[in-house]
Design a protein around this ligand. Sequence first.
Ligand code: NAD
Ligand code: UDP
Length: 389
Amino acid sequence: MAASTARVDLDGNAIKPITICMIGAGGFIGSHLCEKLMSETSHTVFALDVYNDKIKHLLEPDSLPWAGRIHFHRINIKNDSRLEGLIKCSDLTLNLAAICTPADYNTRPLDTIYSNFIDALPVVKYCSENNKRLIHFSTCEVYGKTIGSYFPKDSPLRQDPAYYILKEDTSPCIFGSVEKQRWSYACAKQLMERLIYAENAENGLEFTIVRPFNWIGPRMDFIPGIDGPSEGVPRVLACFSNNLLRREPLKLVDGGESQRTFVYIKDAIEAVLLMIENPARANGHIFNVGNPDNEVTVRQLAEMMTQVYSKVSGQDSIKTPTIDVSSKEFYGEGYDDSDKRIPDMTIINKQLGWNPKTPLWELLESTLRYQHKTYAEAIKQTIGKTVAS
Ligand code: NAD
Ligand code: UDP
């Protein structure tokens, strides 16, 4: 299906349909981006991943209006010779593939480093050698901890935005010691950013780097024991959703004092589409993509999700809605945390005019409605089976 009206870029020029090689298209962000590209544009997507469960609804049946514009390739980029050919046949490569779950960073640091650095090397090489544009997904975690976190707890300097707002072009990257293997992910992502930057400087690679700040929404990660391993630990949205669905207390790691800003996946995808369709404005830039207005502590997030889930499920919350757990107990040895993550929005505002729209309450409501609709019945059945056996 062609987009119904002629699309123009931010400078008023008509947008020509392109072919996009999307690596990691079967994941959370990839699935939303594929949906957007199919329903609102005329671009063609080669969707590469080892899984396709989250994009099955876009691939089948053949009668879908965009059939012929999305092609799934089951490829592990670690070892598949088809990768270079697919990059060569595309106008743009988008790399989303990664191990990106904190529970893995300190328990599987080798896999984490390979996935986020070594496995991405051929992607950069093929783009550079074939003069293809690359949009690479990095992370806000490259900022690590804030400068403010090193001041005494009662220091007024902690309140000064100069010491906590994260800016693409000036903030330092502050990681813990090597024993704190949590930082294996951030460090691998940072080195990959530096490599891409150097490929541009020395060989002219056209690139854009995206630093997502806690994008959340439907289809994020998995619910343990339902569509993922029972002992698996997904990111916080899915952990808390799982606890709410099972009527268990939400676990607050180290008191739930860390702060995060959450952005709705649908807002964030708008930013990625602007990058795709405005290369002259996006090339050579690193972009924070987040919502500085949606900041909460993890404890506040737990309280909000508990209230919202009561509303969408029609059930009262349990007597003890949260419990404290140590990070060692929850994640194991070597865990550490980012204290606070507020994105500076100057560069993305100036280059792409993008701003997030959805407040936290609203995005939690639509996401938890989805979680309830998708999983409540399956959880009920699993609990029923356990009780019966
Ligand atoms: P995700 O885990 O849902 O998606 C990643 C996808 O990559 C998965 O479908 C996985 O199967 C695929 N993949 C991994 N290794 C692969 C390989 N060797 N070959 C082929 N496919 C492979 O994660 P996501 O949330 O969609 O994140 C996408 C990207 O954005 C990642 O690079 C991540 O580091 C970055 N990011 C996301 C967030 C966020 O808020 N969601 C935050 C920071 C960074
Ligand atoms: N967290 C928590 N309980 C959970 C899962 C996560 O308290 O069940 C905390 C985690 O320690 C971190 C924050 O929630 O401080 C966000 O974790 P997430 O896994 O989403 O990834 P991060 O933002 O650290 O990359």
